[in-house]
Ligand binder design. Structure first.
Ligand SMILES: Nc1ncnc2c1ncn2[C@@H]1O[C@H](COP(=O)(O)OP(=O)(O)OP(=O)(O)O)[C@@H](O)[C@H]1O
Length: 847
């Protein structure tokens, strides 16, 4: 039985579907269409519509108006990736699979919203989401929100990302195949896709034909989309050279104190906001934190005491099916964590009391929720006031042992007395042993060994250089001996025995208490949300205090005055050379040239990073900055061949640019660095030119760095192009015979005048001088040939001038807010100017 009509049956009877077992194959054929498969009369059971277009004939989940036929697979990351959710959905009546993946918070608002939009007929999740009665938060929330939707669990092994990628490769129609690039490192949506397709295959008893499926990726709503290769190019959360070092945007901004805060920061960096109002409320808050030191340190002090609230929540709502000592112990620990967390609510309120900004005020009001007090009161009626979370396993063990107040259960009190006596006996025994052998023995404890003896001593001080024979399990680290004795092992066992009794009795009391608390527990979702958000905002403020960041503004213009690369600053430990950026609707394409190593890539990445920082509510490394909200951020940055996907440099470039062209819109920020590298120069220029012309027709802000200087002339045809270049200086070496390039990393208007800078860069490298000499000769020969071929005819130049004028006039007229008379004067002046220019190239009569 694998179909569950409602949440309760789902949790209690979760029986995982094995998609391979022949006994459970219930694929529909013409005879069973219309019957609810294995229905046991519960609500929510329904029949599937097979691919071939049969209609749904019975379903209580389906309203009369909208016939639901969407199957959705949902999977969540585990461990550090908790909160990262992958969704794959497919409409049985439409061969289109939609994938999404995003990070969500404890309320899983995005997942719920997304599922609501999808209106599923059935939701598939992994059996581990409700294993042995331990339901995950996500599972509980989904079942709660979608009571009429059928739930099915399938074995976790079907949520296999490698299979998911294979499926998409096989099934996705070629015109949508750029999806592969977008999702290839989005493991959770791939895993969901694998389970979904396998499941659909199973219930439909049919497979999709190869290359027949439309596959789309959809980010979560209200956030800017950054595809996975852009996130990688920009080193947002992972450094490309060493995944463990913190030279990433996350590393620059992460001064969070809680795991929830750090997760939130990570998810925000990957999915920045697009709503200027929300961003500004965050910025107001960061500003207040920066201006009010007391508020900053007060809040930071309290926030840093919080544990992983989301984790706490998820274990609290799990009801273990079996009562073992381990489950008992962990429930008691969690209750202590809960008490610790709730006790921080009041200090959090007090430290934020003097706040002025809207967001902090709203948080303060949320903390006024009476439920926090109710839960704490209930807890303190049973749990000792001084029971608290402490570091160190022995002290935490003591806290758990004495958590419940005395006189609640007299057997518990007796067991605890016994425990105390044993612990005292152990200490006494070790003191006696120390006196007997005249050695500096101390009582120690570890969760693995229990109580044992530790001693700092040089082996020369020991009789015969050895420990007495009654000691066993001896280990030595430098001068520290750890050992035990047969008596001590026995006492440890007795200690454990009495502890088990204590935990068991405490557990029963704790369970009763938790049952009374459950109805109020949802206020903790709010608390975990507040804590993680405050932690992130404090982290932004902290980052600002370490460098001179500035508050961004949001307008129609991308204007950065003296901005710099935040990660480079962290790596170099000094401020990099800063530069300006200016893009507007009428000037939305910047072409950047400059010799190798002059700073082009760094500059391009810096702009994208600043944009992301601004859109998550952080201050930005600049003197002044204004951004136009970007709905998508695309980057194509030259990197080495992708060995993993076996793609050549050229094919990878082509896929990336296709992806940008297919998905960019007027609100995109597009960063392209060295397109067309992977083929011959002529073809490279051709491809770049065509791609530029396409992008020039969008209102997207594009920054395009290239070594093809021929492309710079595109500004003659498109008035919205502006050329910039990185300046370098030529300095003579002290010997005076060799010229060297000195990089200024300074951006200036116009295109670079530098010639053959590749050769100059090669000279600095260790390439043998004979090869460089040859290369110089060949280059000059080819250059002469090209010049000869490329010389523009007067006719071509005339045409270009005319076209240029026409474009400028149209653009001016379109953008102008001048009154008609002034406009006429302006256009006349413009015409005169261009006629003069066109005469200079041979004279051309203009209309
Ligand atoms: N603004 C800056 N301030 C200080 N150092 C910089 C700056 N920009 C770049 N650099 C340094 O110069 C190095 C080369 O920069 P970058 O890779 O951006 O050059 P490039 O012009 O893209 O080179 P290529 O054309 O060869 O790809 C960087 O690794 C960095 O160390």
């Amino acid at each position: 039985e694998s179909y569950f009509g409602d949440k309760s049956s789902c949790v209690e009877n979760a029986n995982t579907l094995d998609l391979t077992s022949s006994s459970s194959v219930r694929g529909l054929n013409s005879t069973c269409i219309g019957k609810a498969p294995l229905s046991s009369g519960r609500s929510g059971c329904r029949s599937h519509t097979p691919l071939m277009g049969y209609s749904v004939t019975s379903s209580s989940a389906v309203s009369a108006h909208t016939v639901a036929s969407v199957i959705v697979a949902v999977v969540e990351g585990r461990g550090l990736a908790r909160g990262e959710v992958g969704i794959a959905s497919i409409d049985l009546k439409n061969p289109e699979m939609i994938l999404s993946q995003f990070a969500d918070n404890a309320t899983y608002a995005k997942v719920i919203t997304k599922l609501k939009i999808l209106t599923p007929l059935e939701i598939i999740m992994s059996n581990t989401a409700c294993d042995a009665g331990n339901t995950t938060n996500l599972f509980s929330l989904i079942t709660e929100h979608f009571k009429n939707v059928t739930f099915t669990t399938v074995q976790r092994k079907y949520f296999n990302e490698t299979k998911g990628l294979e499926y998409i490769e096989q099934l996705c129609a070629s015109e949508f195949s750029t999806i592969l690039m977008e999702v290839q490192s989005k493991y959770y949506c791939l895993a969901a896709a694998a389970a979904l397709l396998k499941y659909v295959e199973f219930i439909q008893n049919a497979v999709y034909a190869p290359k027949s499926l439309k596959v789309r990726f959809q980010g979560s709503e209200k956030t800017a989309m950054i595809d996975s290769s852009s996130a990688q190019n920009l080193e947002l959360v992972i450094n490309n050279r060493d995944s463990r070092n913190g030279h990433t945007l996350l590393g620059v901004l992460n001064y969070t104190k809680t795991p929830g805060g750090s997760r939130r920061l990570r998810s925000n960096i990957l999915e920045p906001l697009v709503d200027a109002e929300t961003i500004n409320t965050r910025l107001d808050c960061v500003q207040e934190l920066l201006q009010d030191e007391e508020l900053f340190f007060g809040l930071q002090g309290v926030i840093s005491k919080f544990l992983d609230t989301e984790q706490l929540l998820s274990v609290l709502v799990q009801i273990p099916k079996q009562d073992t000592v381990k489950t008992a112990e962990s429930k008691i620990t969690n209750l202590i964590y809960l008490k610790h967390t709730l006790e921080l609510v009041e200090p959090l309120k007090v430290s934020g009391l003097c706040c002025n900004t809207q967001l902090l005020k709203a948080y303060y009001n949320s903390l006024e929720d009476a439920r926090f007090g109710i839960i704490l009161e209930k807890i303190t009626s049973v749990i000792n006031d001084d029971t608290r979370y402490t570091k160190g396993c022995l002290s935490m063990r003591t806290q758990k042992c004495y958590a419940v107040k005395p006189n609640i259960n007299e057997f518990l009190d007796i067991a605890r007395r016994t425990y105390t006596e044993i612990v005292d006996d152990i200490a006494g025994m070790i003191t006696q042993l120390a006196e007997k052998y005249n050695l500096p023995m101390k009582t120690s404890f570890s969760s693995a060994r229990g109580f044992f003896i530790q001693m700092n001593a040089d082996c020369s001080t020991l009789p015969n250089g050895q420990l007495p024979s009654e000691f066993t399990k001896i280990t030595k680290m430098k001068n520290t001996y750890s050992f035990t004795s047969a008596d001590l092992i026995k006492m440890n066992e007795r200690c454990q025995e009495s502890l088990r009794e204590i935990y068991h009795m405490t557990y029963l009391i704790v369970c009763k208490l938790l049952n009374e608390i459950y109805e109020h527990i949802h206020c903790l979702y709010k608390l975990s949300d507040i804590v993680s958000m405050l932690d992130m905002l404090l982290s932004f403020a902290h980052a600002c205090t370490l460098s001179d960041y500035v508050r961004p503004e949001f307008t129609d213009t991308l204007a950065i005055k003296q901005g710099w690369h935040p990660i480079l600053e962290k790596i170099a430990m000094e401020k990099p050379v800063s530069n300006n950026t200016y893009l507007t609707e009428g000037n939305n394409f910047v072409m950047i040239t400059g010799p190798n190593m002059s700073g082009k890539s760094t500059y391009l990445k810096q702009i994208a990073l600043c944009q992301i920082m601004a859109q998550i509510g952080s201050y930005v490394p600049a003197e002044y900055c204004s951004f136009r909200i970007a709905e998508q951020i695309f980057t194509r940055i030259g990197m080495d061949d992708d060995i993993e996907t076996n793609a050549s440099t050229f094919m990878k470039e082509m896929k990336e640019i296709t992806y940008i062209i297919q998905n960019a819109n007027d609100k995109s920020l597009i960063i392209i660095d060295e397109l067309g590298r992977g083929t011959s120069a002529e073809e490279g220029i051709g491809i770049c030119y065509a791609a530029c012309e396409y992008l020039l027709n969008l209102k997207a802000f594009t920054l395009f760095a290239t070594h093809f200087l021929e492309l710079c002339h595109i500004d003659a045809l498109y008035p919205n192009v502006e050329n910039y270049h990185f300046e370098v200086q030529h300095v003579r070496s002290s010997a005076g015979n060799k010229e060297k390039i000195a990089y200024t990393y300074t951006l200036s208007k116009g295109y670079t005048e530098e010639k053959n800078y590749g050769l100059k860069a090669a000279e600095v490298s260790s390439l043998p001088s004979s090869i460089i000499l040859d290369a110089k000769e060949i280059t000059s020969h080819i250059a002469k040939q090209i010049l000869h071929r490329q010389k523009s005819t007067p006719e071509m130049m005339k045409q270009r001038a005319a076209y240029q004028l026409a474009m400028r006039l149209v653009q001016t007229a379109r953008n102008s807010r001048l009154d008609p008379d002034s406009l006429r004067v302006y256009l006349k002046a413009l015409k005169k100017k261009y006629e003069a220019r066109s005469r200079a190239v041979g004279g051309l009569g203009l209309p």
